[in-house]
Design a protein around this ligand. Structure first.
Ligand code: CMP
Length: 140
């Protein structure tokens, strides 16, 4: 498997509890390099656009309100098989189903307040990285 890049969000429940460093350390320990990182606060329109694929889901309103409730940290992670590796390090969407040692098992509060987002495929990784970062911000 080649070197890949994936997109990550450290979500409001985690930034609020001062877990940014602890979560970044999990990525680095797994061999993922943080090649871009910034702390931002989303507008409602940005959250709705980013999560547009979920717009018909019953939790869409709750998800968008949560994502704008506090600052988030958006990051680009790089490494061997980075998309799958990041999903492994994050653990299952619902922390009740997440494996021991994963970010969501250790830190997530619920399926909604689940501490991190990670891209699920190469196409979405490319789209999500481009949504938040310009080429100039990706230094490798
Ligand atoms: P994420 O990887 O950011 O992608 C979509 C998010 O929707 C997901 O993580 C969860 O945080 C959230 N989500 C999924 N299912 C539910 C649910 N049943 N209730 C609330 N939020 C949900």
């Amino acid at each position: 498997m080649a070197i890949q890049r994936t997109f990550s969000i450290i979500k409001p429940d985690a930034t609020k509890r001062n877990l940014t460093g602890a979560i970044a350390a999990k990525f680095e320990a797994a061999g993922l390099r943080i090649v871009a990182s910034k702390r931002i606060q989303l507008s409602l329109a940005q959250a709705q656009t980013f999560y547009g694929v979920h717009s018909e889901r019953p939790f869409f309103g709750e998800l968008c309100e949560f994502m704008i409730s506090e600052p988030i940290v958006v990051q680009v992670l790089e490494g061997e098989d980075a998309i799958a590796k990041n999903r492994e390090v994050m653990g299952a969407t619902n922390p009740a189903d997440a494996d021991e040692g994963t970010i969501r098992k250790e830190f997530a509060l619920s399926i909604g307040e689940n501490s991190v987002h990670g891209s699920d495929a190469p196409e979405t990784a490319a789209e999500e990285i481009a949504f938040f970062f310009s080429g100039l911000e990706l230094v490798g």
